[in-house]
Write a protein that binds this ligand. Sequence first.
Ligand SMILES: *Cc1c(COP(=O)(O)O)cnc(C)c1O
Length: 308
Amino acid sequence: MKPLHIHTPLWESAPIKKRTKQTVFLKMECFQPAGSFKSRGISCLCQEYVNLGKTHLVSSSGGNAGYAAAYAGRLLGVKVTVFVPRTTQQLFIDRIKSQGAEVVIYGNDLDEAAIKAKEFLAEVDGGYVSPYDHSAIWRGNSTIMDEVVYEMNKPDAVVVAVGGGGLACGMLEGMHRYGWQDVPLYGVETAGAASFAATVRAGKLVSLPKIDTIATSLGVKMITKKLFEWTKVGEVVPITVSDADAVNAVRYFLDDHYVLVEPSCGAALAAVYNQVPELADKKSILLIVCGGIGINWELLNQYLKLFE
Ligand SMILES: *Cc1c(COP(=O)(O)O)cnc(C)c1O
């Protein structure tokens, strides 16, 4: 089956080199048709369900995963229902609906929306599209490496944003496939959604009591067990940045590359722009610009005012 994602550009950033003196390769996943890297993993899972004969896909997501499922479902010609919590921004709801999916608003957080989604799933005999927790999602996300490996040399570090850990797991799978297993992977979160950092600190899977960040795509209380397992295989290290850092990085990136991304992606950019200690001695870095549809002119202004 033809993949539903595209081969994205890899840019060696001259503006960032000027700022940090490092060679930073930007994998521009923001240019995926559904606005983020989720086009890779989510559509891989959706295709798997359709191959199994499912005619209805059910997602629970406050954002890009629901949008990617809606996009994939439209192209595959199946019904899509996305359960979103009450806290979801109208922007996301409107954009998911614009892909032809049905949106059901339910519950106070993602966990509550997910429970309802699974009840509904049983009624329609559908396929459940997790935002980050499925081997088909990791396999789909790992296709980033299939492209990158022919376009650059092995870097000193790979940097990704971490929500539930689906992107990180995909990258690690791909890195192992191509002999990059000795390259450390840094997973960046905002302080109000630092479930990966908490898990590494505790040495076991930890569920955060609450989420408090504007980087809503990172707002997952507990990472996938698979990412925790990867931390035992190689150097897989959490980095935490503030919401303000993430928003400022969105602005720097817009100035540097004329591309607007959401704050969740800004978190990963912030680790590089702020030259966090973990990355300070790295000469070359591969940074996944994960993208995201959760941003527009109005929201950007709102966020900038918030952190002025
Ligand atoms: C989903 C998402 C993330 C987090 O990815 P995980 O696979 O959940 O770790 C980060 N940024 C954006 C824009 C996303 O859509």
